[in-house]
Design a protein around this ligand. Structure first.
Ligand SMILES: NC(=O)c1ccc[n+]([C@@H]2O[C@H](COP(=O)([O-])OP(=O)(O)OC[C@H]3O[C@@H](n4cnc5c(N)ncnc54)[C@H](OP(=O)(O)O)[C@@H]3O)[C@@H](O)[C@H]2O)c1
Length: 336
């Protein structure tokens, strides 16, 4: 697998989003299956694994760390060979009681235990908490880097005005925002800023929660339990139907390149920007290997330009949501 450098970290150009083993896309697999899936991903060349303290069934507090524990068990024999990313939330009451640095450190120490490691390569603030200055978070993360507990840090689901405040205090390694053929908001300001400032853009939901694979149709019944797709505006039956022209464009290129739709969706963003690293999520071993295989699908400049022009001519119906901060995140709003 080809690699990319995001600041000081060298990662496989396609990472693995591990969330689905614990949360978000319906029934979760047996732990043994999930561990095997992560190991198969590693054998296929993946060296970049993404998790978060909050990923557990239904995001319920008693399941906090469910996903980190699975990832920790899966990678323990090759931990030094991979880049491990996790994320935290900073509750206001904890910050009031302990201050920002201590809060970050408390959360990190618990994650380290669950991940069976003594350092995290990339530690993200999962959501901005409007009650806490991002500069203070940046300073705390800088201290954790000095402590030798993390190698770099990042923010998730943030606009440039927040990134630049943080960047002044402790330069960021990566920004993790939603990015796919259906959600291209980051192309306007965030990616140009990151390119200029040597910051990686880690693209979450790069297959638009499965839609771009072509396997989600207007007839798909999402699962009753813990399946975010029930709430994603882009995945209403009407929007699935209205967005079919985008799938037709992708399918044309999939035929041309002897690839799958999902692989074209990933190859497109890899070709477009040198600092973008997608982290597709799947709880299925076959699809994990398929997604990692997108590294072998190379678009020529001419193919890319044709694809881009065709995509630009399509209207995108429905959104997934960008402006998210602590207390207002897509999931929290929709779960009420
Ligand atoms: N920072 C944040 O706020 C944030 C938010 C969301 C996610 N994330 C991270 O980003 C990762 C990726 O996000 P995501 O899981 O929403 O991404 P995604 O890959 O766009 O969507 C996952 C969905 O797509 C399906 N899928 C994936 N590959 C497929 C393929 N080749 N063919 C058919 N269906 C396919 C999966 O089904 P199967 O599982 O059945 O294959 C699952 O239902 C997560 O795992 C998590 O680590 C971060």
């Amino acid at each position: 697998m080809k690699t990319r450098k995001i600041k000081n970290l060298v990662v496989s150009e396609i990472g693995m989003g591990c969330m689905g083993f614990s949360h978000g896309y319906g029934k979760i697999p047996d732990e043994d299956y999930s561990i095997e899936a992560i190991r198969k991903g590693y054998e296929a060349g993946c060296t970049f694994f993404d998790t978060a303290e909050v990923y557990g069934p239904n995001l319920e507090p008693q399941f906090k760390g469910h996903n980190e524990k699975i990832v920790g068990k899966a990678i323990k024999d090759f931990r030094q060979n991979v880049i491990l990313a996790t994320k935290l939330h900073i509750p206001t009451d904890e910050v009031k009681a302990d201050g920002v640095y201590k809060t970050l450190r408390n959360h990190l120490e618990k994650s380290l235990e669950r991940l069976q490691t003594d350092y995290v390569d990339l530690y993200y603030l999962h959501r901005i908490n409007p009650a806490v200055e991002v500069e203070e978070v940046a300073a705390g993360m800088g201290q954790l880097i000095k402590d030798g507990l993390i190698k770099g840090w990042g923010l998730s689901q943030v606009p440039v005005k927040i990134i630049e405040k943080a960047q002044k205090i402790t330069p960021l390694t990566a920004v993790q925002n939603i990015y796919s053929m259906l959600e291209r908001g980051v192309e306007e300001e965030v990616i140009p800023y990151c390119l200029k400032n040597d910051i990686g853009l880690v693209a979450f939901s790069p297959i638009s929660s499965g839609f771009l694979s072509g396997k989600v149709t207007a007839k798909t019944e999402f699962e009753k339990v813990d399946d975010v797709r029930k709430f994603v505006p882009q995945l209403t039956k009407e929007n699935i139907e209205a967005n079919q022209p985008i799938l037709e464009v992708i399918a044309r290129f999939a035929d041309l390149k002897n690839a799958t739709n999902a692989q074209i969706a990933l190859a497109w963003m890899l070709h477009k920007y040198p600092n973008v690293v997608p982290i597709p999520g799947s709880k299925n071993q076959g699809r994990i290997l398929e997604n990692l295989g997108a590294s072998n699908v190379e678009l020529t400049d001419a193919e890319f330009n044709e694809l881009e022009t065709a995509l630009n001519a399509c209207t995108v119906y429905g959104h997934r949501g960008f402006d998210e901060s602590e207390g207002r995140s897509f999931l929290q709003v929709k779960h009420k």
